[in-house]
Design a protein around this ligand. Structure first.
Ligand SMILES: Cc1cc2nc3c(=O)[nH]c(=O)nc-3n(C[C@H](O)[C@H](O)[C@H](O)COP(=O)(O)O)c2cc1C
Length: 313
């Protein structure tokens, strides 16, 4: 299809964060970006969200940590990462040369730890935004903060005053009130919400009667979760005053467009990166083709084209 007869606008704003493309790579599925140098067209990617970084290095959960269910993967990586100091000293100097922006995903066990990480990252150049991961499903004995709207509000309110950088809140799909949680994040001062993280899941080897994952259970992602993710993004985005980065199961341009029509300002690619790390380029091309076909010049015009509940006849 003929492209670029007239320039298309693919840029979107996630609060103060300006992205040249509406495609964001989801945390934990793209390493720190640097590992994919030479394999990926970084200019197609609005931003890479890093693997979640914690204050201290984390070894993660016992192996095996990934199970391929055929239509998705169950992972129990457990936030393995080198820790904040190593990220700042060893990783950041390498990734800042890449032709994209970086959102640093942060994780912690306590509000104090979150605060310490946020303060340390606040004046770090080349970190464009922070994503507070309040939704990891596979850390034993740890509550998922984003299952609780009051806890989400309290934590985010305490963090937003500590940083001038945009703060995104990553939300679990495993809550009975995803609308309430997204609104609590917004009331706490978040610049955007990102959803969904993975769904609780497990798989059992019937020969040994043992779970496949060393952690017994993990988080489910990939094509199988797309309809459930899409529903949650549509619900959460309706009437929300801050942007949504929407995803969960996106594998092609049609999937990405569905999320934008449902109300996402930007879309996140996760599991698909594990198989096709350069998928963002392909998906961005498909979004452009769709815009040309529909005679739409600005990707922002696609947002929330799907009616909210009550307005469907
Ligand atoms: C192997 C793996 C590791 C992940 N690690 C993280 C992580 O560190 N932090 C986080 O917020 N999400 C993590 N996620 C969740 C993804 O960012 C994404 O929210 C989820 O996989 C749903 O999107 P998808 O179906 O496109 O993969 C991980 C997902 C996978 C598959």
């Amino acid at each position: 299809m003929a492209r670029n007869r007239e320039p298309l606008n693919l840029g979107v704003n996630i609060g103060k964060l300006q992205l040249a493309s509406p495609i964001v790579c989801a945390s934990g599925t793209f390493g720190f970006g640097e590992e994919l140098t030479g394999l990926v067209d970084f200019s197609s990617i609005g931003a890479v969200t890093t693997k979640t970084v914690t204050l201290q290095p984390k070894a993660g959960n016992a192996p095996p940590r990934i199970f391929d269910s055929g239509c998705g993967v169950i992972n129990s990586v457990g936030l393995e990462n080198p820790g904040l100091e190593s990220f700042l000293n060893d990783t950041l100097p390498k990734i800042k040369k890449l032709n994209t922006k970086f959102i640093v995903s942060i994780g912690a066990d306590t509000a104090e730890e979150y605060a310490e990480i946020v303060k340390k990252l606040d004046d770090v150049k080349d970190v464009e935004a922070l994503e507070a991961n309040l939704s990891c499903p596979n850390i034993k004995n740890k509550k998922i903060v984003s299952q609780d709207k009051e806890a989400t509000y309290q934590l985010i309110q305490s963090l937003t005053s500590l940083t001038a950088k945009p703060l995104i809140v990553k939300i679990t799909p495993e809550t009975v009130d995803i609308v309430g949680v997204a609104r609590a994040a917004a009331s706490g001062g978040a610049d955007a919400v990102s959803l969904v993280n993975t769904f609780f899941a497990m798989a059992i080897d019937i020969e040994t009667a043992r779970p496949y994952l060393g952690n017994i259970y993990g988080g489910y992602s990939g094509p199988a979760i797309k309809p459930m993710s899409l529903y949650r993004v549509w619900r959460a985005a309706a009437g929300l005053e801050i942007p949504v980065i929407g995803g969960g199961g996106i594998v092609n341009a049609a999937d990405a467009i569905e999320f934008i029509l449902a109300g996402a300002t930007a879309v996140s690619l996760g599991t698909v990166n594990l198989v096709y790390p350069n998928k963002a380029k392909d998906i961005l091309g498909g979004i452009k083709d769709y815009m040309v076909k529909k005679k739409i010049k600005d990707v922002r015009e696609l947002k929330e084209k799907v009616p909210s509940e009550g307005s469907v006849g």
